[in-house]
Write a protein that binds this ligand. Sequence first.
Ligand SMILES: [Zn+2]
Length: 472
Amino acid sequence: MKRLIFSGILAITLLAGCTPGPKAEPTHTVLRGATLFDGNGGTIANSTVIIRDGRIEALGGADLEVPENAEVIDLAGKYITPGLVDAHVHFSQTGFFDGRPDALDIRDSLPFDSVQARQRRNPDRYFETYLRSGVTAVYDVGGFDWTLDLQKSAEDDLDAPHVAASGPLLTPFPQDRLDGFNVLPARQMLALDSEEFGREYVQRNTALGSTGIKIWSLNLKDTVFMKSLNAVAAEVREQGNQLIVHATSLDQAKEGLRLGAKVLVHSVDDQPVDEEFLQLARANGAVYCPTLVVVPGYTIAYRSIQGDFPMNDPNQVVDADTRNLVEASESFFKYVPEPENYPAMLKASEQADETLKAAMYANLMKVYEAGIPIALSTDAGNPGTLHGISVYDELEAMQRAGIPAKDLIGMATRSGALAMRRLDDFGTLEPGKMADLIVLDKDPSADAAHFRSITHVMRGGLLRPVDVAFEK
Ligand SMILES: [Zn+2]
């Protein structure tokens, strides 16, 4: 962990007009002059943010008194929001097909066990990508046991976002159909086939520190599974953990909510959400995670194997491994099982995306109008949805669905912290909270695309430009 708070070089790279630094080591950092969005819906023009020991000590307008021994950074004309939170990611996945052999089997080139060994060995290659995308916290909602360890290791590391993780997923599918996702004896997908196993699993994962118990799809007709799921839900309550549910059909999502789900990790996309759904979500205080970009992301990845993988990454924040992998996407066309059907498959995939999009956008607006918390969430790690930079695509998609940019700010910050159960620590800018924030050139309340104008990220009081690699 580095704590080179405000080196001289950094202060110069920020903006001219900084007051000369005091001779003694500054006790405070002060950000002055930006228009600040606090994540709770509040705005402060010409703001003053006083930061000490990694936390916000005070926050106000231009008249807020600045401590004597402070480093003052002039951000006039800029914009500040809390650090972004991506409420749905997977550190066990790469952003390409090597992490999802079920979508395209490229294991002859990139064996799954080697891919997973690298994911485990080097999750920090994504940490910098996240921070330099402005993402200061992520929720890993499904992966191998090692993802649980990231919660502690990343917490005190200013080179990493805060991490919450659920660990392995429980599913209604039989274990032999799941082991393609596993590296035995380690499993990230588990068949939930008995009450006893379900209860033990919840106890074990809670003891390992999991934030959430994730159910990957509900089979409402499978009585053994549903009985086991009821036992899981009871044990989750008992353990004080939270139930998080992947349910893209309305019936499944409602059943998940009846069982107490606190986080719905995807949109409902099979039919319009109804009043009962909205009431259940409201009663649970559930967070809705739309993940609008992940399904079209698969189409992007499929298209890339006969062309280019599109990447909008002007600050070069994507790690070199990922960049090399997706730049070589054409070399994987040989793995398409029926190449003669590839154009038709691509077309069908694009059409399916459009149908889903219409359903997801309409439901998102219903959930929004009902006042249910909605969290920025990408499902990063799936093919075509890269870690970090996908947050901008998701925010723009949420805006296209009809959510005003000014309301997206809280969804991109506060709601994710709520889903991670970390709102006391971050997600909004308030005295006492961690100094996690981003600096933008353009007003994010005017257009969600302006999140792309990020210039700096602050994690735990450490402010750094996003267009240069972190010093190691
Ligand atoms: Zn996911």
